[in-house]
Design a protein around this ligand. Sequence first.
Ligand code: SAH
Length: 248
Amino acid sequence: MYRILYWRRLRGAVLIAALTAVSADGAADAARERTQMLEEIRRSVRESADYTGREELRETTMAAMAAVPREAFVPAGQKPMANLNRPLPIGQGQTISQPLIVALMTDLLDPQPGDVVLEVGTGSGYQAAVLAQLVKQVYTVEIIPELAARARAAIASLGYDNITVRTGDGYAGWPQHAPFDGIIVTAAPEEIPPPLVEQLKTGGKLVIPLGPVHGFQQLVLVEKRDDGTLQRREVLPVAFVPLTRQRD
Ligand code: SAH
């Protein structure tokens, strides 16, 4: 009797030890892959410097990219690819953006620790998590309820308490929490949605892909000047999913 109990306990301990070893290895692999991903981002940033005017991104941006486990934001089948510098499918016909683009958009926004920012197009929640590393509060809007729910779960599993996800049409922004220090749009409209300009603080930045639904768009950095006018700079050709409108 004693021996059986002992063996059961031992077997349990061996099993737990084996599982811990596997997950520790998995975590080490993911960390190694993420380091490689950051190297690739640095290289791609240098390669696209002619377009973007940036040889490198801020260290704060890179630290935020290093801190967020992208594998927590992709479906199970995509996890082995999670730390590659590639966009990946997240279901519902949508994608998690390429890490290079997430890093670049974050850097263009120039987020400050006290900022309140809006994201339109939560998708997986990954971009929101990267921003949450850098600012006080992130409000993010997703039009597909299933994706909003999944993003909420991923965000909660990592313990973020400064991200709020809402299901809805982000074309209208989020007036209750405006004005925003910065706004990032991760689905492409043809023109800048006027409510987003209204909800941007003077001196604030809007980072947005603009262009036709099918084909390439331009990633545009928009700054709201003191007199309320907009200064626009095209940064890089990109391919985003279209910004859709409220479905009835
Ligand atoms: N930022 C995301 C990538 C988003 S892909 C990430 O880090 O994973 C673009 C997302 O925008 C999709 O999930 C799509 O459903 C959403 N979207 C499209 N039109 C929208 C709208 N009008 N309002 C809010 N979200 C929208």
